[in-house]
Design a protein around this ligand. Structure first.
Ligand code: NAI
Length: 248
């Protein structure tokens, strides 16, 4: 018996890293899982297989969240395979870092499209059936960078800060419809996204983090499971930081 028995969850960008940990943690609590990936099919298939071995239903879909036609196709497939999605986790995200003066228009738009417009459009397409089915949960994966800014990440900070503002606005709009909308804001977590940060910069991050280390994807996933669970039924518009105390 899990706290999410009988639920159906969508996790975007769940082929690896934080998204993979979220998909597995939600499944462990009893949810069926629809997961998406952008380019790498095999890792997504492996995550789906792992979830099926737990006895849950799992399907994986190729979908660039920044592409409206692919979003439409995804929603049709979800409808056929699962019916209503009750828990939406907008996890897919990218970085294109450069100091602001060197950042070009393409780097700006790529990051805004994937990290902010993508989640908004996914929610836009899934919210009506969610409301009609009696309610649900939306959880957006933002970032500590959206809360405090970061050198070389103007595009990413703007997108993740925008995602927090979107979360709070939708929390107000859907509160009477039994849909909670929350965000999880990880600090620096051990994934492919942070693997290219130079050693010296990672040491600086650890020095600036009261707990003195990077976080693990599973520690972010635990926060998502809580917000998806019945225990979080009166929490909406919240930004739950999972950052070892780096920003408080
Ligand atoms: P990652 O790079 O390891 O994984 C990103 C996932 O998003 C992959 O599955 C990838 O296929 C998918 N993705 C990328 N572009 C996509 C697109 N256009 N459409 C659909 N899927 C796409 O990243 P990580 O570290 O697991 O990050 C997951 C989320 O957590 C992101 O939103 C990221 O911004 C956020 N985050 C990560 C932190 C970290 O330290 N790793 C810190 C704070 C937030």
């Amino acid at each position: 018996m899990g706290v999410l028995d009988g639920q159906t969850s969508l996790v975007t960008g769940a082929s690896r890293g934080i998204g993979k940990a979220i998909a597995i943690a939600l499944a462990r609590e009893g949810s069926d899982i629809a997961l998406t990936y952008s380019t790498n099919r095999d890792p997504a298939e492996r995550v789906a297989n792992e979830i099926q071995q737990m006895g849950r239903k799992a399907r994986f879909y190729q979908c660039n969240v920044a592409d409206p036609a692919e979003n439409d196709k995804l929603v049709d497939q979800l409808n056929d395979d699962f019916g209503t999605i009750k828990v939406v986790v907008n996890n897919a995200g990218i970085t294109r870092d450069k100091s602001f003066m060197k950042m070009n228009r393409e780097m700006w738009h790529d990051v805004l499209n994937v990290n902010l417009t993508g989640p908004a459009m996914v929610i836009h397409r899934l919210i009506i059936p969610m409301i009609e089915s009696g309610g649900g949960r939306i959880i957006n994966i933002t970032s500590i960078v959206g809360q405090m800014g970061n050198f070389g990440q103007a595009n990413y900070a703007a997108a993740k800060g925008g995602l927090i503002a979107l979360t709070k606005t939708l929390a107000r709009e859907f509160a009477r419809k039994n849909v909670t909308v929350n965000a999880v804001a990880p600090g620096f977590i051990e994934t492919d996204m942070t693997s290219e940060i130079p050693e010296a910069a990672l040491k600086h991050v650890c020095d600036e983090t009261p707990m003195g280390r990077l976080g693990k994807p599973e520690e972010v996933a635990a926060a998502v499971v809580f917000l998806a669970s019945p225990q979080a039924s009166f929490i909406t518009g919240e930004v739950l930081s999972v950052n070892g105390g780096m920003y408080m």
